[in-house]
Design a protein. Structure first.
Length: 402
């Protein structure tokens, strides 16, 4: 059952003063008076019915600082016309999971683990765009693995673990702004590609196979175009790009708002990760959560490890927004000028629409090879062996052609 949309908050300076926000209609945000935000109240907007769900009084329960907007109001509830009551209760429960002492302790531990997980696992080098972080694992041959949205070098290493196990040496950079890499004044795809070329100079690598996953495919394409003599092969895995004049990721306003809220608060993200991890697999990983019931345990762990690796999301908001802009904006790219042997792979049920993108790119990149697997979503759940088996076979064929 669905219900109208409203967000209720309270002012820390005056707990009796409540805040409500209309995210979709043309009713502007404004402050209203209520009884400590405790009493359910029906309000009317210009074109919406409003319902405020009762919450514990902020005087009686310490609430986490989720978004801390300018008027120091705290968003407490989300009730959408397109959001079910169950999702609302889950969101409230997620907030409550952090509000108590035990929950707060567990949340702090999760943030500490996230920081400790990356400490000492990478190196940094200087480029004309600032500091660039990277990690190297494996032996030979070399492949540059460019990560997607939400994480840094660690995602690149996780993505390419099967290649490392199969004898490849993976160079995994953190793109602009992620983790310890600087965010330059102009974080364009072209500059990212040039920064990666400077990293290869530092490492003494003249020529290399380049792979990009999701939003990382955009940088991989630019590397192949701007440095064709250095790109021996190009792999575009679940490529996120606007290649037909429209954003391939189509979201309802409610879905978009929910995703932005999940990514705007460490506390809410962690609470939902603890209470409803499947919901995050669906919304953030663009993968059918029902697949979790039909894959081996290592695949399930990989999906949840992707989510865990996104903490703290608050420190990556700028980079996430930049990725969304670059992936959704139309770019004038001469794909026909790509000289490297190119392999495109996606999955039919990827909810970010990368299968259609891969098909379109295959018609524009000369002699590109295309594989579309039937199932696995954006993180290829249950299809890891197929995905990297195909990539390995392509790279070996490309090496023979050189």
């Amino acid at each position: 059952m669905s219900c109208p949309l409203s967000i209720l908050g309270w002012s820390r300076g005056n707990p009796e003063r409540c805040w409500r926000f209309h995210p979709f209609g043309d009713t502007s945000s404004r402050l209203v008076h209520a009884q400590g935000c405790r009493t359910a109240t029906g309000l009317k907007g210009s074109n919406w019915s409003w319902t405020i769900i009762p919450f514990p009084s902020p005087r009686r329960s310490a609430m986490p600082n989720l978004t801390d907007p300018e008027p120091q109001a705290l968003a407490l509830g989300i009730i959408g016309r397109y959001l079910t009551r169950r999702r609302v209760l889950v969101g409230v429960a997620a907030i409550g999971a952090v509000g108590g002492g035990a929950g707060r302790l567990a949340f702090d531990r999760a943030l500490h683990r996230a920081q400790r997980r990356l400490t000492g696992k990478s190196d940094v080098g200087q480029t004309r765009f600032g500091q660039l972080e990277y990690a190297i694992r494996g032996s030979n041959p070399d492949i540059l693995m460019i990560h997607g949205t939400g994480r840094g070098f660690d995602q690149g290493l996780d993505m390419s673990a099967p290649l490392i196990a199969n004898g490849y040496r993976v160079i995994a950079p953190s793109r602009f702004g992620y983790l310890c890499s600087d965010f330059p004044e102009d974080p364009s795809l072209e500059n990212q590609a040039d920064a990666l070329a400077e990293l290869l100079d530092r490492l003494g690598i003249a020529r290399i196979a380049v792979a990009g996953g999701s939003a990382g495919a955009l940088s991989a394409v630019q590397f192949a175009l701007r440095h064709p003599d250095r790109c021996s092969a190009l792999v575009l895995l679940i490529p996120a790009a606007n290649v037909q004049g429209r954003d391939p990721v189509e979201m309802t306003p409610a879905h978009k708002f929910l995703v932005e809220l999940e990514l705007g608060s460490d506390a809410l993200f962690w609470g939902m990760r603890e209470l409803t991890p499947r919901r995050l697999v669906e919304t953030l990983l663009a993968t059918d959560p029902a697949l979790l019931d039909h894959v081996r345990e290592s695949e399930r762990e990989r999906a949840f490890r992707i989510l865990d690796g996104m903490l703290p999301v608050s420190r990556r908001r700028r980079e996430l927004l930049n990725d969304a802009h670059l992936a959704g904006a139309a770019h004038s790219v001469d794909y026909g000028a790509i000289q490297a042997p190119t392999f495109l792979l996606s999955l039919e049920d990827d909810r970010f629409g990368t299968a259609a993108t891969a098909r379109h790119l295959a018609t524009r990149v000369p002699e590109a090879q295309l594989v579309i697997l039937p199932q696995g979503g954006h993180v290829w759940l249950g299809a890891e062996d197929q995905v990297f088996g195909r990539i390995d076979a392509f790279l070996k064929r490309a090496a023979i052609r050189r």
